[in-house]
Design a protein around this ligand. Structure first.
Ligand code: DAH
Length: 361
């Protein structure tokens, strides 16, 4: 082909490609403009800028051009591509924002809905009673003592002046592991154990713990329950000390205007023995359903430590004396919180337990 002819051919070719390019650009821009959503926009991107698209085709066709024309044409193709890409991206941003706005409008959140509360546990009512009593006595200089729940007959009975065959044992039938070992029926054995361990020193202890009785469960009886034992031993400990201590306890647990009343009673390990009543916290003494019309509520057993008990544990009853008391934790909790069935304490029903929740400030 003569040189001139070849030149004309090439000019034609370039002209043709430029025309095509302009047309493609117009088309692409019109389709971008028309795209109603991101999916449609992406289809336009693939159709015009993709590897199989017409712009790529045009680039491939540049091989036919002269070395002079090729870069010019290349630059032109790039400009078109950049322009289309830029317009496409702007449109994508617009459509994305529209999509988000639409989503927000259709999925509006009801901020007035209550959140899901995380359930937090709270202290068991018996734990609360025990801790309150512990706090009171620790404040008065008592130590907290503990003893085994599986106990020797000796500490549970004998060391407390209840020899084998003593009729008072019948009131506290237990679960026996063997002739000599049983589940303790009260926290009083901790008295004997502590005295043995302290070897004649003075004592001020409070002892909370589980106890067991061979009882049939009903609204007021349970084969397992909790007691809090108190013991004070020292020189010149008197009945008036016991009375003052119990008065403080009654006022702390049931209100500052409570009065106490001591009635004579019998426990083999105390002499004299008493039972303590408090003036009814509901009616103030006039008589109501809580105090069964008497104006008084029985709370605990107590007394002056029996000389035999002191002696068996190595204390000289001529030199020292002491007082002791035993409180039923369930009874205190039932009275204090108006619980009508002892079994509520052991069934782990959260509807019951959650009533004792306390918000701490
Ligand atoms: N241990 C007695 C019981 O379970 C309660 C008791 C009474 C304890 C008098 C004492 C006391 O320390 O002095 O029935």
């Amino acid at each position: 082909m003569p040189f001139e002819q070849a030149g004309i051919y090439m000019i034609k070719e370039v002209f043709y490609m430029e025309e095509q390019l302009k047309q493609l650009e117009q088309e692409a821009l019109a389709k971008i403009e028309a795209a109603a959503n991101l999916k449609e926009l992406n289809d336009v991107r693939v159709a015009y800028l993709g590897k199989k698209g017409p712009i790529t085709d045009l680039l491939k066709g540049m091989g036919k051009l002269s070395a002079e024309e090729r870069p010019k044409m290349g630059a032109l193709v790039n400009t078109v591509r950049e322009n289309v890409t830029a317009v496409l991206e702007t449109k994508a941003t617009v459509l994305e924002e529209a999509a988000i706005a639409e989503k927000l409008a259709s999925e509006s959140i009801d901020v007035t809905l209550p959140g899901r509360a995380i359930k937090v546990g709270n202290r068991h009512p018996l734990t609360r009673v025990i801790e309150e009593i512990e706090d009171l006595f620790v404040g008065m200089g008592y130590e907290i003592a503990e003893g085994p729940e599986v106990e020797k007959d000796y500490y549970n009975f004998e060391a407390l002046n209840l020899p084998k065959g003593h009729p008072a044992r019948d009131m506290q039938d237990s679960f026996y592991i063997s002739e000599e070992i049983l589940l303790r029926t009260h926290t009083s054995p901790v008295q004997a154990r502590t005295m043995e361990a302290k070897k004649g020193e003075s004592i001020r202890i409070i002892c909370p713990g589980k106890v067991f009785r061979r009882d049939n469960d009903d609204a007021t009886h349970s084969h397992q329950f909790m007691q809090i034992e108190g013991l004070v031993i020292g020189e010149n400990i008197r009945m008036s000390d016991l009375k003052g201590t119990l008065d403080t306890l009654a006022k702390k647990m049931f209100g500052a205007d409570r009065e106490i009343r001591l009635r004579p009673s019998f426990f083999p390990f105390t002499e004299p023995s008493v039972e303590m009543d408090i003036s009814c916290f509901k009616c103030g003494g006039a008589g109501c359903n809580v105090c069964k019309g008497t104006g008084w509520i029985e709370i605990l057993g107590a007394g002056m430590v029996h000389p035999n008990v002191l002696e068996m544990a190595g204390y000289d009853p001529k030199k020292v004396s002491g007082f002791a008391f035993g409180i039923g934790a369930e009874r205190i909790a039932m009275l204090k919180y108006g619980v009508d069935d002892i079994r509520h304490f052991y069934t782990s029903d959260t509807r019951f337990l959650s009533q004792f929740e306390r918000t701490e400030a």
